[in-house]
Ligand binder design. Structure first.
Ligand code: PAF
Length: 294
């Protein structure tokens, strides 16, 4: 596996693979501290591409709180080992000054209007502008045929799809289902920050979303009128379990708009603080039924 730190190096290598050898490039952008969820993205990229490029870059632009940025785990050596084992062909791991040179302040940002201001965007102002900007930069550097994102960050996935469609990036966006622990907790780099006691309570977020989905499925004729009551029940349960919910919401899956009575493809989303750690999760309803493993 090639390890590259300069923008010029990654662009030259990817151009050579694509133009000279006609390889199909699959790209997985990450912020490192890799776990089985990331490796599922890399496996998907391996199946769909001839060459797999992974970036590990903790993007300062997308952190709304300085303490979150400074505490974000940086484990590059272990990440590189895992990526080599998973069959990645190149790791791009630039310093922040390489992506945002100090002598050249960021003068252009990518803003995906609408979607970047609701739910996660409302709770974390500026977050999605930072995500869209760095992903646009990475797409321009790597110029992949295909890029892979996780459904765990569902709003991010829609945001990237929106950006790619609006700005005509010639890249396909593939989504990979959320990977969970046996008790249902969605894998996240932030889980490692939970105390053992909070870790034991953390799956309650998944269970609340799952029970909300099951309650929806039982009464499809009452959609969306029953949603506020179901969400209030989930909110109370989470508070009882020691969480501080940021939001719990049921939205249309294709654009995160407010659902009407005829909408059947929905997503139940939640974000909540536990033990100083912010957890997010979501579950899909497709054609009015739970779309996920039982
Ligand atoms: O999902 C992430 O890890 C990040 O938001 C991403 C897409 C790598 C951009 O920094």
């Amino acid at each position: 596996m090639r390890v590259l730190r300069d923008q010029g190096q990654v662009t030259a290598l990817c151009r050579e693979w694509r133009s000279r050898y006609g390889r199909r490039l699959a790209f997985v952008p990450t912020m490192g501290n890799l776990h089985a969820g990331h490796l599922a993205l890399v496996r998907h990229a391996r199946e769909r591409g001839d060459r797999v490029v992974v970036s590990v870059f903790v993007n300062p632009l997308q952190f709304d709180r300085p303490d979150d940025l400074s505490r974000y785990p940086r484990t590059l050596e272990a990440d590189a080992r895992l990526l080599a084992e998973a069959g990645a062909d190149a790791l791009f791991c630039p310093e922040a000054t390489e992506m945002y040179p100090e002598h050249e302040p960021v003068t252009a940002r990518v803003v995906v209007s609408g979607l970047s201001r609701i739910l996660e965007g409302e709770s974390r102002p500026g977050h999605f502008d930072g995500v869209a900007t760095v992903v646009a930069k990475l797409f321009n550097l790597v110029q992949p045929d295909l890029a892979v994102f996780g459904e765990k960050d569902y709003q991010q996935l829609l945001l990237i799809r929106g950006m790619v469609a609006s700005l005509n990036f010639p890249v396909l966006i593939d989504a990979v289902p959320t990977v969970r622990e046996d008790d249902g907790l969605a894998l996240s780099s932030r889980n490692a920050r939970l105390s053992p006691e909070a870790r034991a309570r953390a799956p309650e977020l998944y269970r609340c979303l799952r029970d909300t989905v099951d309650a929806c499925v039982l009464e499809p004729d009452q959609w969306p009128d029953i949603f506020p009551e179901l969400l209030a029940t989930a909110d109370a349960r989470l508070r009882d379990a020691g969480f501080r919910p940021d939001y719990l919401s049921i939205r249309r899956a294709d654009d995160l708009g407010e659902p009407g009575p005829a909408d059947r493809d929905l997503i139940v989303l939640g974000a909540a603080w536990l033990d100083g750690v912010r957890l997010i999760d979501n579950l899909r309803l497709l054609h009015g039924k739970f779309a996920g493993p039982a």
